[in-house]
Each structure stands twice: as structure tokens, then as C-alpha cells.
Design a protein around this ligand. Sequence first.
Ligand SMILES: *Cc1c(COP(=O)(O)O)cnc(C)c1O
Length: 231
Amino acid sequence: MTTIEKNLLTVRERIAAACIAAGREPGAVELLAVSKTFDAQAVTQACAAGQRAFGENYIQEAVQKIAELRQLPLVWHCIGPIQSNKTRLVAEHFDWVHTVERFKTAQRLSEQRPAQLAPLQVCIQVNVDGGASKSGVAPEEALALAQQVAALPNLRLRGVMSIPEPTPDFAAACTVFAKVKAVFDNLNANGLALDTLSMGMSADLEAAIQSGSTMVRVGTAIFGGRPKAAL
Ligand SMILES: *Cc1c(COP(=O)(O)O)cnc(C)c1O
């Protein structure tokens, strides 16, 4: 068994245990394997172990990997910041984008989505704990942005995503994740029919699942450590 296969088993067990602890169905949470900085061979190994959904932060790196692995039945999620000169690559190569925080970006993604592809699945990124410089819209701006994005023809709004700062313990993490869940619930209360709450990473997936996450984004616990410069 490869290390990646072993790690995937462990992560799936953590997810299942967290679902049970939270009184949720064991299948209620999808695992997104974050393969940024790791090569196509690592992704191939994870695929052989049954993993299909992969997350990437760096557009150029991702586009190469996606091309190299186009024979595999993979679903690619963009989870990094998107500069406006990169929207076309994202619209042409990814299946999902988690990091929509401006209407202008969403509009470009919709315009540039090739007609022969399914709509691009998107999440609104929300900033529940950071300063003004951090990515994501403020919670009170999420509804207005979500309503605008939902009206774009070639996007399909699926949910809300957040990357809270690391917290000292489980309870503190739950408090922050609850703010993201509140945004998600509020959008649904306003008729948006969202099914995806993207939150939780290697270190805090249990707290995220306790707080209602439906998709955890896990890198280190599957692929190992990354060079510091790459987050
Ligand atoms: C890198 C990254 C992850 C994965 O983080 P790990 O701590 O390695 O699990 C998840 N989400 C985003 C947005 C990331 O950039």
C-alpha cells in the first residue's frame, strides 16, 4: 500500500468518526484532496485509491496537471485566489471554484466558460475572522453577492467557503466555523438552495464537521508536508 493510500484511509476514518460524533450520516461530508505543490504522480496514486475530487491553488501549476491527467475521471476544484488575468484559464479547465469574492470575477468566469462544458460550480468565499486584507466577503455582504452570482448563466452557485485562521482548540474552531454556517443558513433562508459548505482542513476537519461542513479540503494529511513558501 502506498503512503498516500494509507493516509487517505486514515483521513476517511477521521471524517466518518467526526460525522458519527456530530450525529450526521457518515457519507454527509465529501473529501477534497488538496494536491497543490504535489505532482501528477501523487494525484494518480490518490486516484488509484479511489479519490476523485482534487483542489488546487496555483492556476498555472493546476492547468498543467489537469492536462497531464485528462484520461483520469477527476473533478478539479480551484481553491486559490483568482487574479483577473487568470479567469479564462480557470473557466476553461476547472469544474469548481471555491474562491469567488467579487462579482466582477464571477462575471468574467461566466462569460469565459466554454459553451460545451457544464456550468462552473461555484462557492462564495466568506471572511469571518480576518482583517480587511484577507480574502473573502464580509458575512453581511455575502447575500447580495450570492444573489448576483446565482443569476449568471454559466455558473451554478453551490455554496459557501471559508478559510478561518488556525485556532488554539476545538471549541474555538467551532465558534468560528459556526459563523460560516450562519452565513450558509442565511443564504438558504433567502431561497438560494445551496448544498455545499466548504470548510475544514487537515488540522481542524473534526470541528468543521461538527459545525456543519459538507466538504473538507485536506492536503497535508494526505500528501504530506509542503515547502513553507507554498503555504
Ligand atoms: C492548502 C489549502 C488547504 C489544505 O490545507 P492542509 O492544512 O494541508 O490540509 C485547504 N484549503 C485551502 C484553501 C488551501 O489553500
